[in-house]
Design a binder for this molecule. Structure first.
Ligand SMILES: *[C@@H]1O[C@H](CO)[C@@H](O)[C@H](O)[C@H]1NC(C)=O
Ligand SMILES: *[C@@H]1O[C@H](CO)[C@@H](O)[C@H](O)[C@H]1NC(C)=O
Ligand SMILES: *[C@@H]1O[C@H](CO)[C@@H](O)[C@H](O)[C@H]1NC(C)=O
Length: 200
């Protein structure tokens, strides 16, 4: 069965036998593979993406080996962009922007520069999307390629987007981390302090 994240699901396993069989449910793809129900019914309210996967119902009495059936539960959820990093490339080189999104069903990708949608066959770029990953390749980067790109990931449950900068050598970009910025700040303070001390 396929359901959207957040919905409620009831799995039912009816078994007959004499003596009356005991029915249990296990989540095979779950961590620990523990029993999730010791009953014919398995009720999941507000299902999450982690609860997707195979569930196994097992009916046991003392007469023979357990009878087992499996159900695959697919949980749909809207795209979530997990990776979109600013990337540097020099003029005349190849440049590659990457955008990674998890989604069920798998996301479709679109790329924009400002309001313009980019497409394959357009002056020296290629867009390739496969599974979670979409790449925008510039075969021969020129000055006009530098700038702010938007990757949009869409499936039937929604869409999300991320901005990715293609920057040139020596450009100031947002790739720095807080630690270097903090270090730069400290340095500035040290310089100011030293000057103050000298002034006295
Ligand atoms: C890249 O583009 C520049 C200018 O448009 C051109 O002179 C150069 O030959 C191109 N390089 C390649 C490898 O196509
Ligand atoms: C890139 O564009 C997005 C929206 O178009 C904006 O939110 C973001 O601040 C821009 N990034 C930079 C570094 O200009
Ligand atoms: C990106 O997402 C924001 C916020 O959800 C939205 O306002 C904007 O229109 C989106 N941009 C594109 C290009 O889809």
């Amino acid at each position: 069965i396929t359901v959207n994240e957040g919905s409620s699901v009831t799995l039912m396993c009816l078994a007959f036998g004499r003596p009356e069989p005991t029915v249990t449910w296990r989540h095979l793809s779950g961590k620990g593979q523990g029993f999730v129900s010791e009953d014919e019914y398995l009720e999941i309210t507000g299902i999450t993406r982690e609860q997707s996967g195979e569930y196994e119902c097992s009916a046991v009495n003392d007469v023979a080996v357990p009878d087992v059936r499996k159900v695959k539960v697919t949980v749909n959820y809207p795209p979530y962009i997990s990776n979109a990093k600013n990337t540097g490339a020099s003029v005349g080189q190849k440049g590659i922007l990457q955008c990674e999104a998890s989604a069920v069903p798998v996301a479709e990708f679109q790329w924009f520069k400002e309001d313009t949608r980019l497409a394959n066959g357009l002056e020296g770029v290629r867009i390739e999307s496969k599974g979670r990953l979409s790449t925008l390749t510039f075969f021969n980067v020129s000055e006009k390629d530098y700038g702010n790109y938007t990757c949009v990931a869409t499936n039937k449950l929604g869409n999300t987007n991320a901005s990715i900068i293609l920057y040139g050598p020596g450009a100031v970009h947002d790739g720095g981390n807080a630690a270097t910025r903090a270090a730069a700040g400290l340095c500035l303070w040290a310089t100011l302090l030293a000057r103050l001390l000298l002034d006295f």
